[in-house]
Design a protein around this ligand. Structure first.
Ligand code: C5P
Length: 280
């Protein structure tokens, strides 16, 4: 058994996200189809005398609120032993972006530490611990497209669905707090002239109910989506999760350079743009 392990933690996008209702526990009952991306963080774990955590991004908290460290605590609690590990996180996925970066880091931590420390926890146990860490975390224990229900933690993997779409991710220099987006959903309104209706690409429905509250506060995201949809080479455009990332599904032969120049004209230079692909 190796003493060091390096693993990729993929980002996700929500191909669809429909809210069914607000629940008594404050969460929202939803139905969402999520897909992993090739864009990924990288995590390195090695056994150590003393626990340590470093991150390439100094804005990522290194305290108890960090989902990687929360995942270690939950494993320690479950196995009733200390797990002193040196952990390094190379952050490529922006946070507050609706791309699931923190959730993916947490899921990968559960799986990698289970292997490195020979904890022998079953997938069922890992799924239970993942659900305690966050609604999106169980999805990342599967490496395929999946349909998620409940608050997101009830996962039906769909390994038979292979899309491999080229994707362009666009994130403006602000994030959207997930609790805020859900809280605003019920009382939010559609903006006249903005199209929220499902878009169909190769039989797959793309729609996101959280666009309604988030677009109401950040109109620039609604404009960005509309502009993307009109652009040559773009098959569909949608916000991912609670935002603020908007993604475009591209034609295989899309001329990305021209599209990126147009995006800069619409929203300015201060924007994170990344080409990637659905990992499956
Ligand atoms: O589960 P997670 O920690 O990712 O959720 C963050 C917050 O997002 C929750 O505290 C809740 O306010 C909101 N949320 C929700 N319904 C969901 C998932 C998240 O209202 N299905």
């Amino acid at each position: 058994m190796s003493e060091m392990i390096t693993v990729a933690a993929p980002a996700k996008i929500n191909l669809s996200l429909r809210i069914v209702r607000k629940r008594e526990d404050g969460f929202h009952e939803l139905v969402t189809r999520m897909a992993p991306l090739e864009l990924a963080d990288e995590l390195q774990f090695s056994k150590a005398e003393k626990a340590s955590f470093t991150c390439s991004d100094s804005t990522v908290p290194a305290d108890g609120s960090n989902l990687v460290l929360k995942a270690i605590r939950i494993l320690e609690r479950h196995c009733e032993r200390e797990l002193p590990l040196a952990i390094h996180l190379e952050k490529n996925i922006p946070h507050g972006a609706g791309l699931g970066g923190g959730s993916s880091d947490a899921a990968v931590t559960l799986r990698a530490v289970n292997e490195l420390c020979d904890l022998r926890l079953s997938q069922e146990t890992l799924l239970q611990l993942a659900a305690e860490l966050g609604s999106d975390v169980p999805f990342f224990l599967w490496s395929c497209i999946a349909d998620c229900e409940g608050r997101g933690e009830i996962v039906t993997p769909k390994p038979e669905i292979k899309l491999g779409w080229p994707i362009l991710l666009i994130k403006l220099p602000f994030g959207v707090p997930t609790p805020w987006a859900y809280q605003q959903w019920r009382d939010s309104m559609k903006i006249p002239g903005i199209d929220y209706s499902p878009q169909i690409v190769n039989g797959t429905e793309l729609v996101n109910d959280l666009e309604r509250p988030v677009f109401q506060k950040h109109f620039i995201l609604a404009e960005l989506k509309q502009n993307l949809r009109k652009h040559k080479g773009v098959r569909a455009a949608l916000m991912s999760g609670s935002g603020s990332t908007v993604f475009a599904v591209l034609d295989q032969k899309a001329e990305v350079g021209g599209l990126i120049s147009s995006i800069h004209k619409w929203v300015g230079e201060e924007v994170w743009i990344q080409t990637t692909k659905l990992a499956v």
